[in-house]
Write a protein that binds this ligand. Structure first.
Ligand SMILES: *Cc1c(COP(=O)(O)O)cnc(C)c1O
Length: 362
């Protein structure tokens, strides 16, 4: 059945090994693989759980982690929650998550309570905001950081596992030697002031990996968290391909449901489209237009690239995508399959859609 996401586990394994070579061999960091881009796909998680190079398996959603916690733990991997927990989910966090990222004392207090009830010690990573302005205690407010650490260290059922930063997500700030050194420095100050040792200083996501082979990852950063680098082979700071990775481990397939010659300009008064937007049309004369059975409900039109470079995406609505196949060497017909490589947004939406089937290549 189509549409279908074809997941090539062999290629993902190659991407994983390439990421591990850079992160662990060259960068002397532990490797946290992030599964949210593919909604913690079960087969992918099996591969990660069985891998020797993966140290932590992370996701932003507790619901995803709940599906793999048992499997990950059975293989000696810690489960990690990347998104700061909601108050309403602390019970599930303590149950399924071995290490959660945090920035709010009110939430950490609740985690402490829940961990106490469960007879556990829950690990947390305290997030520091170095200027990207998403989560974390702002780095310039060192007093607030120390106050938080002091209170956390007094909690009976919480272990301060380390500190971390996230960059290039909201503010699009690029990790550099300078800003990541700031994190290492804050970590050292915490260790000196409180006489403790932090197990983890986590230096970011797929936008930090480029620093390793440039020799610019500051000493003291000992963990990287990789989602997109593993799934799509990308360094997301400068959008380069990482050596040894491929971008086509995931392929979206959709079936042509209509193929007709029609004009390129709609006829009649132009209002707004199904999403309330005013469309723009270019007059290309009579065109060969193919409609495929997938739409904006299932994918992101701006984040998919036809494998046949002569196919062009014209636009779409909830359940349809219209392709210009006028200039294709291949004679497409109704029932044919069109293939696409995916970007991050396209991958996320196709993996989330209940209408997209999955097939695995092993
Ligand atoms: C999503 C996320 C990651 C992984 O990001 P990629 O760009 O896919 O590597 C790492 N850390 C946090 C906190 C995240 O939310």
């Amino acid at each position: 059945m189509y549409p279908k996401l074809v997941i090539n586990l062999k290629k993902l394994q190659d991407n994983l090994n390439a990421c591990a070579t850079i992160t662990k061999d060259h960068g002397k960091c532990s490797l946290m693989i992030v599964t949210k881009g593919l909604c913690a796909d079960k087969e992918m998680v099996n591969m990660l759980a069985e891998s020797d190079v993966v140290d932590y398996i992370a996701d932003s959603r507790v619901k995803n982690i709940a599906t793999f916690a048992e499997n990950a733990r059975a293989h000696g991997k810690k489960t990690v929650l990347l998104r700061i927990p909601m108050h309403c989910e602390v019970e599930e966090v303590v149950k399924y998550v071995d290490l959660s990222f945090n920035s709010e004392l009110s939430t950490i207090r609740l985690l402490n309570e829940e961990a106490g009830k469960a007879g556990k010690v829950h690990n947390i990573l305290l997030m520091i905001d170095l200027g990207d302005l998403r989560e974390g205690i702002f780095f310039q407010n060192e007093d607030l950081i120390f106050q938080a650490v002091e209170e956390i260290l007094a909690m009976e059922n919480i272990n301060l596992y380390g500190i971390g930063v996230n960059l290039t997500c909201y503010g699009a700030i690029i990790p550099k030697y300078d800003n990541l050194s700031k994190l290492v420095e804050i970590g050292k100050k915490i260790e000196d002031k409180f006489g403790i040792k932090l197990e983890m200083v986590s230096g970011g996501n797929s936008s930090s990996i480029y620093l390793v082979d440039k020799g610019e990852l500051p000493e003291g950063i000992n963990n990287l968290r990789l989602g997109e680098s593993f799934l799509l082979g990308n360094d997301t700071a400068y959008e380069t391909k990482l050596p040894g990775t491929v971008s086509d481990a995931l392929i979206l397939q959709a079936q042509i449901i209509e193929l007709k010659e029609k004009p390129s300009l709609p006829i009649g008064e132009v209002g707004v489209d199904a999403f309330g937007e005013k469309p723009y049309y270019e007059d290309r004369g009579i065109m060969k237009r193919a409609i495929i059975g997938i739409g904006k409900q299932d994918t992101d039109l701006g984040s998919m690239t036809p494998v046949d470079s002569q196919v062009e995406i014209m636009g779409g609505s909830s359940d349809h995508i219209i392709l210009d196949v006028t200039h294709c060497d291949k004679e497409y017909k109704v029932g044919d399959i069109v293939e696409f490589e995916l970007g991050y947004g396209g991958m996320l939406k196709t993996a989330t859609s209940a209408y997209v089937e999955r097939e695995y290549i092993r």
